[in-house]
Design a binder for this molecule. Structure first.
Ligand code: XIL
Length: 362
């Protein structure tokens, strides 16, 4: 049997208690009408969401989804529509329509865009994975993909997730089509290619299970140090933040984010959600709120942590039930667009951070 965390002490409980004692913390509590983007703006932190382009806007006709995406967040990430499989379903024929629509939505709503993702081993087009290409051809295809996509969106992307999930949990390099064909040098190359196509975009390495100190985050830390030493254009590390209440909180997240910060890199929490087994219990809701709070606090403690993005804001469209059997309820809004205690934990943590220093890039 999977046991959730038994004792929930700590920050989330304190935050929830604090929100009840509104008199004592009146000035540091979110007020009615506050939004996450507004609370984040006071401290120079962009708060974001992944966006499902099947649902946003007129074709999807989900008015609350579209309204909340526009009002609560100051940065957006396409959940799928910038992935290679979606932008080039047939070799040589690009389809930018859905991604362009999100970029236009972001412009209309004063939001910045996190581009996600240029190099990954998943969601590749069938013509690529099922084709017979030489290593040299694969190198040319990857170079062309990066160049064409980054060029298409030049000047419109704030942060690019150039490389996604290149490590195994033990810190070794993941065996992918790209490692096989190009060798470990592909990592430096993909950052150089992206930089050549849009010198102003911030270029990120993005991964999961690197929230806390451990073998995988150690490996990422060593990699980015080496890239910096070689003069490779890398600007930041994206920490996905897909947590699960059946596991302990990652080990010392604040110290982990701080060590990347100390290298002069930007950091970002890029795909935050906290899943649990459903139906959810009160105790698990507290654990989820604690996890959201702890990740946000680790970000707030680092001067270069420039955005905190949730991987979808509503349980209605969360990827979790489809990928983790028996789990769900991972988001900050429920399926009916009601704010959950996890939302309140995030809002309260932002409000309490009112005196934090302004981040160096906003
Ligand atoms: C997920 C999407 O949420 C799903 O809709 C899709 O079917 C699969 O990919 N890490 C990532 C994201 O970097 O791109 C993944 O998104 C979730 C895990």
């Amino acid at each position: 049997m999977k046991l959730g965390r038994i004792a929930v002490t700590g920050i989330a409980a304190a935050v929830l208690a604090a929100s009840a004692v509104s008199t004592a913390l009146a000035s540091a509590s979110p007020r009615q009408g506050d939004t996450l983007r507004g609370l984040g703006a006071r401290i120079g932190l962009r708060v974001g969401t992944a966006v499902n382009m099947d649902v946003l806007g007129s074709t999807g006709v989900d008015a609350p989804y579209t309204a909340i995406t526009g009002s609560e967040f100051s940065t957006v990430t396409p959940e799928n529509v910038m992935k290679w499989q979606l932008v080039e379903p047939t070799q040589g024929k690009y389809d930018w329509a859905a991604a362009d629509k999100l970029v236009a939505f972001a412009e209309q709503h004063g939001q910045r865009v996190r581009g996600h993702t240029l190099v990954w081993h998943n969601q590749l087009p069938n013509w690529l994975t099922g084709g017979t290409f030489t290593n040299d051809q694969l190198r040319d295809l990857l170079h062309k993909h990066i160049t064409d996509e980054v060029t298409h969106f030049r000047g419109k992307i704030w942060q690019w997730d150039v490389l996604n999930e290149a490590f195994n949990d033990d810190g070794t390099l993941r065996d992918t089509i790209w490692l096989d064909a190009l060798g470990p040098g592909y990592i430096a190359d993909v950052f150089r290619w992206a930089h050549a196509a849009d010198p102003k975009a911030l270029l990120f390495y993005n991964d999961y299970n690197i929230e806390g100190l451990g073998p995988k985050s150690d490996a990422v830390y060593a990699m980015v140090q080496q890239l910096q030493a070689e003069g490779v254009p890398i600007d930041g590390v994206g920490i996905q933040g897909h947590l699960d209440t059946q596991y302990p909180l990652p080990n010392n997240m604040t110290a982990n984010v701080a060590r990347f910060d100390a290298l002069g890199l930007d950091t970002a929490f890029t795909e935050v959600d906290v899943r649990t087994f459903v139906p959810v219990t009160t105790q698990e809701v507290l654990a989820q709120s604690e996890d959201y709070t702890a990740m946000l606090q680790a970000c707030l403690a680092a001067r270069g942590c420039i955005s905190f993005t949730v991987w979808g804001f509503t349980d209605k469209y969360s990827w979790v039930p489809g990928f983790f059997t028996g789990e769900g309820a991972a988001c900050i809004y429920d399926e009916n667009y009601q704010k959950k205690p996890e939302y309140d934990a995030v809002a309260q943590t932002l409000a309490l951070a009112g005196g934090a220093p302004i981040r160096h890039r906003g």
